[in-house]
Design a protein around this ligand. Structure first.
Ligand code: AP5
Length: 218
């Protein structure tokens, strides 16, 4: 099955980690608007410099900038996982207006305690983008990526005051996005607590059930 999925959930819920696992095992392209924006910042492009002002404060980057960036990277003829998009009702409407069909929107549910612990220990490879956690998913050699040997870094917006703002923005915007997909019968919720492998199996089950439903309805 060549699925088109959206991973929804608060900062630190594990969306990127799980999307990477699905990309590796199923070949569905993982597209994170956060990663795309961070690449633009690294390149010091005009878009990246504008986006940085918002990201450093934990605010959403204006829709037109994010949509332009996503359009440049999304191949809607293949399977994909959107991670971090849509972030508000307008972005969900834009996807629909652009006739980018989505099979399922999977909402990751986690406690505030888990979010804080995951975000405070997160480290990312500055070369290949692989995600680690100092305690839960540590690299074999401290500070070095297992995959490519690149140095690991802590994200600028993983500071306590910025995390608080990101969570506030998330809470404000997400209800309308969830409602949008619920009304279209595409919303599924999973617990994102526990080991990444367990969460993978929960998502896989949602996908298998969806495939069967599709077969039954012809
Ligand atoms: P973005 O990069 O999308 O950040 P986010 O949504 O806040 O999500 P995170 O990347 O923080 O968390 P995640 O759920 O992917 O968790 P991860 O897998 O890393 O956005 C950043 C900023 O960009 C936004 O604030 C905004 O400014 C801008 N932006 C992005 N998209 C936008 C849009 N569409 N519109 C407007 N602005 C936009 O996991 C977290 C940690 O936990 C890691 O250390 C990981 O190793 C660990 N971990 C993961 N799973 C487990 C597990 N099961 N058990 C133990 N540890 C785990």
């Amino acid at each position: 099955m060549n699925l088109k999925l959206i991973f929804l959930g608060p900062p630190g819920a594990g969306k990127g980690t799980l999307a990477d696992m699905f990309e590796e095992r199923k070949g569905w392209k993982h597209l994170s608007t956060g990663d795309l924006l961070r690449e633009e910042i690294k390149k010091k492009s005009e878009l990246g410099l504008k986006a940085k002002e918002y990201m450093d404060k934990g605010l959403l980057v204006p829709d037109e900038l994010v949509v332009e960036l996503l359009k440049n990277h999304l191949d809607a003829s293949k399977g994909f996982i959107l991670d971090g998009f849509p972030r508000n009702l307008r972005q969900a409407q834009i996807l629909e207006e652009e006739r980018i069909e989505v099979d399922l929107a999977i909402n990751f549910k986690v406690s505030a305690e888990t979010i804080i612990s995951r975000l405070s220990g997160r480290r990312i490879c500055s070369r290949c983008g692989r995600i680690y956690h100092l305690i839960n998913i540590p690299p074999k050699k401290e500070g070095i990526c297992d995959e490519c040997g690149g140095p690991l870094y802590q994200r600028e917006d993983d500071k306590e005051e910025v995390i608080r703002k990101r969570l506030e923005v998330y809470e404000k915007e997400i209800a309308e996005v969830l409602k949008f997909y619920k009304e279209r019968n595409k919303l599924k919720e999973i617990s994102a607590e526990g080991q990444a492998e367990e969460i993978y199996k929960r998502i896989e089950k949602v996908i298998v059930d969806y495939g069967q439903e599709r077969e039954n309805t012809g």
